[in-house]
Write a protein that binds this ligand. Sequence first.
Ligand SMILES: [Zn+2]
Length: 307
Amino acid sequence: MLGRVDRPRSQKRRFAYTGLIRCGSCDRAITAEQKINRHGRRYVYYHCVKRAGDRCPEPAIEERDLERQMLSFLRSLPLPDAAFQDAQALLDQEGRSAGEVEEARLKSVTASIRSVEGELRELLDLRIRSFIDDEEYVRRRLKLDLEKARLSESLVARVETVSVIEPARTAYSFVFQVATLFEQGDFAVRRTVIETVGSNPLLTGKKLSIQAAKPFTWVAEITKFRQRCGVVDGDRTPAAPGDSGGDSALEAPAANDAGQPPPSPSRPAAEEWSALAKDLLREFRTEDCQVRTAKAAELLREPERAA
Ligand SMILES: [Zn+2]
């Protein structure tokens, strides 16, 4: 999974989290070592690499303690499913309106190309009937050809709306299963889990500080935004992740004139919301988010493969 093969060349034990965490005091790497007590029991300790000479004052931490903290971080990630459904409806809505704008643009570009093609036919007709000479024909033809090429280039769609929904769902499903994956996985899986979902892990005074990486925080970001705008989720009760009702969550609730409006931010926040949604849509397309989402999808498939 990490692209590394277990080679017998080294007798040295490999530790799950070496090189993954930095020291909160001196920003150096955290390394590991194994100790065996007089009863033959094996302990793995993690500590700052700066141990010789002017050594770093940070204490070492036992692996079990470190993993306990990792697990409590992972368990803190899921949000109520209702938050996910509302967040997804909003993101979907935004993606759709961006898609509509793009569709209108593409239609207008296509019409312009047709019109240039018409002009090219007329020009040829003028030449055939000797209303213009070769020189003028070539000059005007070149101009129209360039115009057509420019238009054709802009015919490529700029918004990939649909592609965002699936990664967004993957990122969200992942946070529900990540603690279990961590608990049940071997050390390569546990490392990949932390690498995938965590950002900037630091160790200070035996306390691990770690944030959730971007693609896994999008529901939280939307929830925070809505709370800031005073949009409360009413009497919606948090449901279990399995109760999402299949693909219905993908449908933005329809706003009809008489009925319930879709969950949307209040009007003064509309612009701010739009900016946040655009940021999120953009984030999902960054390389870092794509790599993390792909790793998450791979980890989600892992238990199926083992079964
Ligand atoms: Zn240090």
